[in-house]
Structures are given as C-alpha cells and as structure tokens.
Design a protein around this ligand. Structure first.
Ligand SMILES: Nc1ncnc2c1ncn2[C@@H]1O[C@H](COP(=O)(O)OP(=O)(O)OP(=O)(O)O)[C@@H](O)[C@H]1O
Ligand SMILES: [Mg+2]
Length: 249
C-alpha cells in the first residue's frame, strides 16, 4: 500500500560513534509520520538522513538505502533529492531578504523565470501555509521582521515553492506559543492531502493530535512504529510504555 519512502538498513555514525543502527522503516504517502524519542536519541540525525543533509556533516558515515518511490536517493543528485524532499528546521530560518524574495528563491534556483508564474507560486504557497492574508500587503518587507510563528509559516511556504513530495520538519513548533503551534498543526493536517510529512517532535500530545503514524526512536533504534493511536493506546515494548508514560525522556 501507498509507501513513498522505504528506508533499508540505515546506519549513521559520526567518526566512530554509532548514532543510528540498522533502521528499517517505510513511510506512508500523504500521511503525517511523527518521530518521537528522548533528547540525543538521533531524531535530527534520522530526519537529516532522509534528504541527505546529514552528509553535510564532515564526519558522518552513512550506510544503507533510502528509496524514494523505488529510486535510491543515494543515486540521485543531492539538489534533486532536496527538491523532492524539503526540510524545515526548529528555529525559523528565513533568508535576510524580503518575504517575496524568500519565496521566489527556490523556484528561480530550479529554473522558473516567468514573473507571472513566480507571482502565482508565491501567492499559492503563502495561502497554503495560512500566511497570505497576513502578509499580502507587505511582500517587500524583510522576512526577519515577521513574528516567530509567521517566520516559521514562511519557511514552510518557502519549502513548498519547489513542489516537494515530502516535507521534513524538525521540531518546527518548539520555539512557538500555543496559538502559533495550533496554527501550524492545522496547516500540516491540510498539507498532508498533497504532501507527505515527517515531523520530529518532543511534544507527545502533538504527535497524538496530528500524526497518522508514530515511530519511537531510542538510542538510534526504532523501538516501535505503528499507527499513532495504536502506539499510544497499545504500546507493545516496555520502553515505549515507559517513555509515553513519562517515566524517562
Ligand atoms: N556532527 C556530529 N558529530 C558528532 N556527533 C554528533 C554530530 N551530530 C550529532 N551528534 C551526536 O549524535 C547524537 C544524536 O544527535 P541528534 O541531534 O540526532 O539527537 P536528537 O534526538 O535530535 O536530540 P534533540 O531531541 O536534543 O534534538 C547526539 O549524541 C549528538 O551529540
Ligand atoms: Mg534534534
């Protein structure tokens, strides 16, 4: 059934230190998959492996295969991988440019020249990210002047401008208040009609609220991975039980 990513025997080390050990996991298309687990267990390393960002760490060694719809991302050009699999980080990272320039950066990089086309992309993706109404009259304003929550929604909108199939988010709400978090959660729910979403979160209630599937990562291993409701209601592994029961982490 509808898998978009097939992760096979993925292991990652930094220097000689093993961080991820033999991960096997399939990610469902047009679903939200949450990665949970205690600090330092390898969540960011894992999500950065999914678009080969982890290779930017000089001391990283990656083994295994990740198939994007049957195609090994290791055999694709990195730029192509990142076009198909976009990423948004924990703290918002708008470029120190205008809102508009942030939004057209990717499309121009990937070859769109037509001004009308660019305008259309900007409006469409800002709307998808629920930001258009708030910024439509200030598109020339520096993006760094937006509020934290707005900047994060801009970063999500920007990631969508190159039409990725998958959106990776590493704790996108951890710097945001309740209202901004609710905004982003609602947006992600809507986006999952069109995109596949993988989100790292420290917030177990957030995983429960928005994720279809959840994987519990501990010491670089997937301890348990299944439908979110099942994982929280019927955890099989004692370590999952302890973690979601708040005993550690
Ligand atoms: N470039 C690197 N070189 C050496 N060790 C690294 C490097 N990057 C990460 N690590 C180590 O890998 C381990 C996993 O880090 P990672 O950032 O993936 O954890 P995490 O689960 O995302 O934690 P957090 O919840 O705190 O964000 C940590 O022990 C970290 O110190
Ligand atoms: Mg992390």
């Amino acid at each position: 059934m509808g898998w978009i990513l097939d992760i096979r025997n993925l292991s990652v080390s930094f220097d000689t230190k093993k961080i991820l050990e033999n991960i096997n996991m399939k990610i469902r298309k047009n679903k939200i998959t949450a990665i949970i687990g205690p600090s330092g267990c390898g969540k960011s390393t894992f999500i950065k492996s999914l678009n080969r960002m982890v290779e930017e760490e000089k001391n990283a060694r990656v083994n295994g295969e990740i198939l994007l719809k049957e195609k090994n991302i290791g055999d694709m050009e990195k730029e192509k991988v990142r076009e198909k699999i976009g990423m948004v980080f924990q703290s918002p990272t708008p470029f120190p440019l205008s809102i508009y320039e942030n939004m057209i950066y990717g499309p121009i990089y990937y070859g769109t020249k037509d001004q009308e086309q660019l305008k259309k992309i900007v409006e469409e993706k800002l709307r998808l990210a629920g930001l258009y109404e708030e910024v439509k009259n200030h598109l020339k304003m520096k993006a760094t002047k937006l509020s934290g929550g707005q900047q994060q929604r801009l970063c999500i909108a920007r990631a969508l401008t190159v039409e990725p199939e998958i959106l990776l988010l590493d704790e996108p709400c951890s710097a945001l208040d309740v209202k901004n978090t609710a905004n982003i959660e609602e947006m992600l729910k809507n986006l999952s009609d069109t995109y596949t979403i993988v989100i790292v979160t420290h917030n177990l209630s957030q995983a429960k609220r928005i994720a279809d599937d959840t994987a519990f990562l501990l010491n670089g291993e997937i301890v348990e991975y299944k439908e979110t409701k099942e994982l929280f209601e019927n955890p099989e592994d004692v370590r999952t039980k302890e973690y979601i029961g708040g005993i550690f982490g």
